[in-house]
Design a protein around this ligand. Structure first.
Ligand code: NCD
Length: 313
């Protein structure tokens, strides 16, 4: 198999194991390109990639830009205030405009779940979901998988703890789908108010849920700490931030509860001192910076597989 089944990448939920492995394998070869002195390949020459972001972004937007330009695509970056495009109809008109300008790939981030899906259905161009509300953030999930596989040599059979605001986290949802499809066991941890009821049913037998950080960390090979999504919480879901930090932050004491070679991850942006201490974030077990650099290779792979392979539009 050398192609993805869909022209769009909307969610890891809808990819199968072979497709995820195809992307990870392709990303590994692009990682070599990224490390070369001349970091460009001509795979997307003549194609245009357009970033359309309705929400703030630093690493995801930059990473797509670098990925597109390293594949020799033309790149357009559009940041739209949330208020200017509110209605579905307006959004579709907007994306149709870009298609009329012959854009090959539209990378879209929105605070509304389903935006990328809707755009993908309306367009002939490929659409990549760069985060849709609380739903999914598939390229973040893929770069997390890539980082884990590179550092641990495998994914199957690992215990991965995901800690924090699971309810509001699109990263958690993409990680859960990706990890369980590749055979990892996922332990979700946070205050009860941040753990969606019934989330275990996403992958029966592969997911456990706990309110106790010690339980999540025990025997963990990997721990992914999540940012508290204050902008998505309608009200505070815990008594005080001090309390949250006391029970759920990863620091140099708590980390001793996990395996001695546990891999520490965070999708960023971090609230240092709130969900993770600087000592751990910058310490020897941390792969947080690697996550960011791997993001470029992974996004190159996705762009290439959607728009650069023979026969792909
Ligand atoms: C995440 C996001 O936007 O969903 N950030 C990212 O893309 N690296 C996580 C977050 O905002 O906490």
């Amino acid at each position: 198999m050398n192609r993805l089944k869909s022209k769009d990448l909307i969610a890891l939920e809808s990819l199968d194991k072979a497709e995820i492995e195809l992307i990870l394998g392709q990303a590994a070869s692009f990682k070599e390109v990224v490390l070369r002195p001349v970091k460009k390949v001509p795979a997307l020459r003549g194609k245009t990639v357009l970033n359309l972001f309705f929400e703030p972004s630093t690493r995801t937007a930059t990473s797509f830009q670098l990925a597109a330009t390293r594949l020799s695509a033309d790149f357009v970056d559009i940041r739209v205030g949330e208020s200017s495009v509110k209605k579905g109809e307006t959004l579709l008109d907007t994306v149709a405009t870009f298609e009329a300008m012959n854009v090959s790939v539209l990378v879209i981030r929105s605070s509304h779940a389903g935006t990328a899906l809707m755009a993908g259905r309306a367009l002939k161009a490929s659409v990549i979901n760069a985060g849709d509300g609380m739903h999914e953030h598939p390229t973040q999930g893929l770069l997390d998988l890539f980082t884990i596989r590179e550092r641990k040599g495998r994914i199957e059979g690992l215990k991965v703890a995901i800690v924090g605001d699971i309810t509001h986290s699109r990263v958690a949802r993409s990680d859960i789908w990706g990890l369980t499809k590749l055979g990892a066991k996922v332990c979700l941890c946070g205050p009860r108010t941040m753990l969606p009821q019934g989330i275990e049913s996403l992958a029966p037998g592969m997911i456990t849920v706990t309110e106790k950080l010690e339980e999540a960390l025990e025997g963990a090979d990997v721990v992914q700490m999540l940012r508290l999504q204050m902008e998505r919480q309608a009200r505070f879901l815990f008594p005080t931030t001090r309390e949250y930090t006391r029970f759920y932050a990863l620091n140099s004491d708590k980390i001793k509860l996990a395996k001695p070679d546990v891999l520490v991850m965070h999708p960023g942006p971090m609230n240092r001192g709130l969900e993770i201490s600087s000592g751990v974030a910058d310490g020897p077990l941390s792969a947080i910076r690697e996550q960011v650099s791997n993001g470029v290779a992974v996004r190159m792979a996705v762009l290439y597989l959607l728009a650069g392979v023979e026969g792909a539009e």
